[in-house]
Design a protein around this ligand. Structure first.
Ligand code: ITT
Length: 198
């Protein structure tokens, strides 16, 4: 089966992407590849950060790989936390702190519209390809649910009344930004595979 290194240190992302890709590709995380590397995310856009992550691992291994950068963008906060999503409350702070900061900034704010956006950077045979997916929704008044990760307890997608953290992974995949971006990646890979073997 074709191997693809997933350039991430976030095991929750690995579980989600594996649940979407299934057996079509052998997705191997950095941990499973024995690579210990804190990949830099120094840029102002998800695209540039995703690109930096995948080139870092491609240059290190020479193997086909992909990465993704995801941000939660809220309308009332001009797109924040956005690219700062992972470290919104500061370096080394917990996810509870990130959620608390977001809820405090949105306290009393009527417009709670938000969206998750994922950008995937794939490097295959030395060439980069970008894919993206987004999910519209709103930020709840308080955290709800125990499943998922990150901002899932406060994000409610359009079309549902539950937060992502109250859903099974199967249900999150009905709406999810990551699912949409990964579907594009899969469609590209299946076309690419056909061209290679024609
Ligand atoms: P890598 O860079 O190693 O892939 P990361 O955790 O730093 O992992 P990102 O910068 O892409 O990943 O993600 C920013 C944060 O946004 C991340 O720490 C998550 O907690 C949160 N996040 C990403 N996807 C999410 C999702 O589907 N649901 C809830 N929160 C999410």
């Amino acid at each position: 089966m074709n191997k693809l290194i997933f350039a991430t240190n976030n095991e929750n992302k690995v579980a989600e992407i594996k649940s979407i890709i299934g057996d079509l590709f052998n997705v191997v995380s950095l941990k499973d590849s024995g690579i210990e590397k804190d990949i830099p995310e120094p840029h102002e856009t998800l695209e540039e950060n995703a690109s930096e992550k995948s080139w870092t691992i491609y240059n290190l291994t020479g193997e086909n790989c992909f990465s993704e950068d995801t941000g939660l963008e809220t309308e009332a906060l001009n797109g924040e936390p956005g690219v700062k999503s992972a470290r919104y409350a500061g370096e080394g702070r917990s996810f509870t702190d990130n959620i608390q900061k977001l809820l405090t900034l949105l306290n009393g704010v009527e417009n709670r519209k938000a969206r998750f956006r994922t950008v995937i950077s794939l490097i295959i045979d030395g060439q980069e390809h970008l894919f993206s997916g987004s999910c519209e929704g709103h930020i709840g008044l308080e955290p709800k649910g125990e499943k998922g990760f990150g901002y899932d307890p406060v994000f409610i997608p359009v079309g549902d009344t539950r937060t992502f953290a109250e859903m099974s992974l199967e249900d999150k995949n009905i709406y999810s930004h990551r699912k949409k971006a990964t579907a594009q990646l899969l469609s590209f890979l299946s076309q690419y595979g056909k061209k290679m073997y024609q």
